[in-house]
Design a protein. Sequence first.
Length: 308
Amino acid sequence: ELGWISKVHVNRPAVVRHAERIKKWRTVKGNWQAAWLLKAVTCIDLTTLSGDDTPSNVQRLCFKAKHPIREDLLKALDMHDKGITVGAVCVYPARVVDAVNALKAAGCNIPVASVAAGFPSGQTPLETKLAEIKLAVEYGAREIDIVISRSLVLSGQWEGLYEEIRQCREACGEAHMKTILATGELGSLANVYKASMIAMMAGSDFIKTSTGKEVENATFPVGVVMMRAIREFYWQTGNKVGFKPAGGIRTAKEAITWLMLVKEELGVEWLTPELFRLGASTLLEDIEKQIFYHVTGSYALQHDLAMA
């Protein structure tokens, strides 16, 4: 629906001012903080996207995905029997089988997400992108994180962008599709809003800020704009689309702020793994440290907590 796209205008100064206020929000304390942090854990896409990924470090990641917080800490919070795991494990297509096998051996049903479609640059032919998606699904990925061609946004080829995402959605089949906008390379907040709308019109289950490989990744101004797009799309169509900030989210305080922002902009119903994810590789470590401090009253030493 190009009529939506042509009318888009984003008041950048207002968005930036709002984002600055978000940074100053006071975080929750005590048991409330522990509760929000455990909620954040269940929404994490625990990720490894390195050139030196091997079956062994993927297996270690999957074990941590099933046991994100030490059992004794969960018992102290009376949360040991609530089945707390991360939302998904995210890897490259070549490591999907390793992740699927490791999670199966661990006896858990955590979905495996795979990046695809020319991640992270998107600079591959559409035929190659579609083939990569189909292979990742064939290997066992239940979620696919595609990346858009930024050139289509920068040159205003909205119908071309729609068609590319639509074909990717078709290639995903039954798998959920998260569309990465790579917002740090889109040039303006108006383009972020327009790309968000196009991605949702084309059938995306989630829209995601970044690959984590750009110079600028998840920021609050971008988050506000994308969530406002999600809200408008929901008002217009009745369809709920998920939101995933990714890249540069490393601290427990940042995670809680993102959760609070989602609650304010979209409502409590979006605070579930089905509609909200945090893309992160090092965030879980800081969350576990904060929970350790909450339970014990002392800071964790290097050997106290297992790394992902």
